[in-house]
Design a protein around this ligand. Structure first.
Ligand code: ADP
Ligand code: MG
Length: 269
């Protein structure tokens, strides 16, 4: 048996995490292997983005228990850039604007840091932009500055295509994308799960099933109140679309989840 060499494993074991002393994740267990797509669905404020930030190592999120391992090696002690070098990629729910730095120069630096030839970047960028119907001139503009929500998501997808990570966490890749762009981005990610050595493993966070009609999940998890409450096949996503999350103890629609991120939210609500 030698085929195992082509398979990597992202393992989340008993993960607990807190923000500002408040426990948000209270024991997450899941395993994603190369080529697999796992969807994590859940109501607002259930801890989906917290999970993505903890996996990638965003400062401010305190791990209070458990492990995140890539091929058996715990990555929780590593800074985000080392996790990226270990093969992790995060497509952020709210991609950050970086004035003065273009996507292309950011990707060149990533290639350099990983010991790859940065001169390959322009050609790869052009090919990836064409694949997802993205205007190529965007890559020369400052990273995410003045891009529409959908353009930011395509920008994330383009970076994924160029960087070819081993595992990608997609945090609401579908938000802000119109239907054609959604299809193009989802198909691009789906293709990455079938090509490459090893093929991409995906943790796709979403609260709608529309992403999953193009990016077909092998496994669907329901995250609510900081824990995986149910795990099933693709049919679970369809069921959730019909029933919502009330069965899993959904908080009301104005749950704290996106409040802090909404600049127009009432701070005293
Ligand atoms: P989801 O992505 O599922 O909507 P989040 O992970 O963004 O949920 O949020 C889960 C909970 O953690 C919410 O109550 C949210 O307010 C809180 N939270 C997340 N990040 C922060 C932060 N940086 N500061 C304060 N609270 C946070
Ligand atoms: Mg979120």
């Amino acid at each position: 048996m030698w085929w195992w060499a082509d398979v990597s494993e992202l393992q989340i074991v008993g993960l607990h995490a807190a923000v500002h002393g408040r426990q948000i994740l209270t024991g997450i267990d899941l395993v994603v292997r190369s080529g697999e797509v796992h969807a994590v669905m859940g109501p607002n404020g259930s801890g989906k983005s917290t999970l993505s930030h903890v996996i990638m190592g965003k400062p401010g999120y305190e791990v209070t228990g458990g492990q995140v391992l890539i091929d058996g090696v715990d990555i929780l002690g590593l800074p985000a850039w080392k996790r990226a070098q270990a093969g992790l990629f995060l497509a952020m729910q709210y991609p950050i604007e970086v004035p003065g730095v273009s996507v292309e120069s950011m990707l060149r630096e990533s290639f350099l840091a990983a010991g790859n030839d940065p001169d390959l970047v322009p050609e790869l960028v052009a090919a990836e932009a064409a694949r997802i119907g993205f205007a190529e001139d965007v890559v020369h503009r400052p990273l995410n500055v003045d891009l529409s929500g959908g353009e930011k998501k395509r920008n994330e997808t383009l970076q994924l295509g160029v960087l070819r990570p081993t595992f990608a966490v997609l945090d609401e890749l579908d938000s802000g994308l119109d239907i054609d762009a959604l299809r193009a981005c989802a198909r691009r990610v789906e293709a990455a799960t079938k090509e490459g050595d090893p093929p991409l493993g995906v943790l796709a966070i979403t609260h709608y099933s529309r992403l999953l009609s193009e990016l077909q999940p092998d496994v669907v998890h329901v995250l609510a109140r900081g824990k995986i409450q149910a795990t099933g096949g693709p049919e679970l996503a369809i069921e959730l679309e019909a029933t919502g999350y009330t069965a899993y103890g959904d908080e009301p629609a104005d749950a704290a989840g996106d409040r802090e991120l909404d600049p127009f939210a009432d701070p005293f609500a």
